[in-house]
Ligand binder design. Structure first.
Ligand code: SAM
Ligand code: FES
Length: 350
């Protein structure tokens, strides 16, 4: 039995940065449009108290779409024979960074499938070359599950941050999304190792992915509260036509915005991107994400000729644009809602 109304729940969450599980459930499941506006407003104010109206930019370089894994949701899974595979050479990647630097990016995110071609040696060489050319920039890696010694080598080579969404912390749900060789235990081990080593670490999940229940989402929220990541990446699940989840429903804009705002109130200082997937399900999804408490955007720096091949889901935006266009577009989008993109590394203030 609960005596709070949703506005009081939001006030409590803003003040205490947590809420009892049952209260959180009621808030999530009974949110009216008016409650949601109140939630977004509180989340955006919380972000502004810490980060002002600055939005941090990350330049995303999708450097390989080869992947040895077979996650059921992902368009670049190894069983998708119709994916046109590519790898970027070192020179091309370094060029993307140079170009990004000129455009004001001070963080480069190297993301890819789990591609054995990129050995630890190659990744380390790449990271140290980027850091040599741009010592004032941060390098973020997002290349999946590795042994601890690999993570240590990347860190020693100069990598600053690592993104590895946990996807779902519930083992039963994890099993619905991944084949048996992938386990939540190993995912957790990776996240612990990364934090231990000294990376700024990001975890997160897809909103509305198949099999997700409110209970599983609550498990994710409380897991993240305990883990205290520096970054949290969430975006809607969007089906890809060549995956086992082709006929599943996508996650909704509303659920994603509710969660972004709740996460902001639970983790006032966390780095929280308004993701490309959010921009894909709604024309102003990223702007709405910022207005619900997000404070990071990740425009694409990959060369235009490969963008259309890094397709995790159908309908991905910005596949035909040059980096400079995306950068300018993002600046205008942010200015329209009273924010501005920052030329800085944009480190976590956790
Ligand atoms: N291989 C690395 C890893 O596993 O962390 C990085 C690349 S992986 C494709 C990046 C993220 O894309 C995943 O963590 C997942 O949450 C997201 N993703 C994959 N398929 C998606 C889909 N169909 N809809 C929305 N997001 C998706
Ligand atoms: Fe890429 Fe708008 S952010 S075109």
């Amino acid at each position: 039995m609960t005596l709070m109304n949703n506005k009081e729940r939001v006030d409590f969450l803003r003040r205490e940065h947590t809420l009892a599980r049952e209260e959180m459930r009621v808030l999530f499941e009974s949110m009216t449009e008016e409650d949601a506006q109140y939630l977004y407003q509180n989340a955006a104010e919380t972000a502004r108290e810490i980060y002002g109206t600055e939005v941090y930019l990350r330049g995303l370089i999708e450097f390989t779409n080869y992947c040895k894994n077979d996650c059921y949701y992902c368009g670049i899974r190894r069983s998708n024979r119709s994916a046109e595979r590519y790898r970027l050479g070192e020179d091309v990647i370094l060029n993307c960074c140079d170009n990004g630097y000129r455009l004001g990016f001070r963080t480069f995110v190297l993301q890819g499938g789990e591609d054995p071609f990129f050995t630890d040696e190659k990744i380390c060489a790449l990271v140290s070359k980027i850091k040599e050319r741009h010592p004032d920039c941060a390098v973020t890696l997002s290349i999946g599950e590795k042994p601890r010694q690999s993570y240590q080598a990347y860190f020693d080579a100069g990598a600053d941050r690592y993104l590895l969404r946990h996807e779902t912390i519930n083992p039963r749900h994890y099993r619905m999304l991944h084949p048996v060789e992938l386990t939540i235990e190993n995912r957790r081990r990776c996240l612990e190792d990364l934090r231990d080593i000294g990376f700024q670490v990001g975890c997160g999940m897809m909103v509305g992915c198949p099999g997700q229940t409110t209970d599983f989402l609550l498990d994710d929220l409380y897991f993240m509260k305990e883990f205290r990541p520096h970054m949290i990446g969430i975006g809607p699940f969007i089906p890809h036509r060549c995956t086992p989840f082709r006929d599943e429903k996508p996650g909704t804009l509303t659920d994603t915005l509710h969660l972004l705002a709740i996460i902001r109130l639970m983790h006032p200082r966390v780095l929280l991107p308004a993701t490309t997937a959010l921009g894909t399900i709604h024309p102003t999804g990223r702007e709405l994400g910022i207005l619900a408490g997000a404070n990071v955007v990740m425009p694409n720096l990959s060369p235009a000729d490969v963008r259309g091949k890094y397709l995790l889901y159908d309908g991905k935006i910005c596949t035909g644009d040059e980096a400079a266009e995306c950068r300018r577009c993002m600046e205008l989008r942010m200015e329209k809602i009273g924010y501005h993109v920052a030329v800085s590394r944009g480190d976590s203030r956790v």
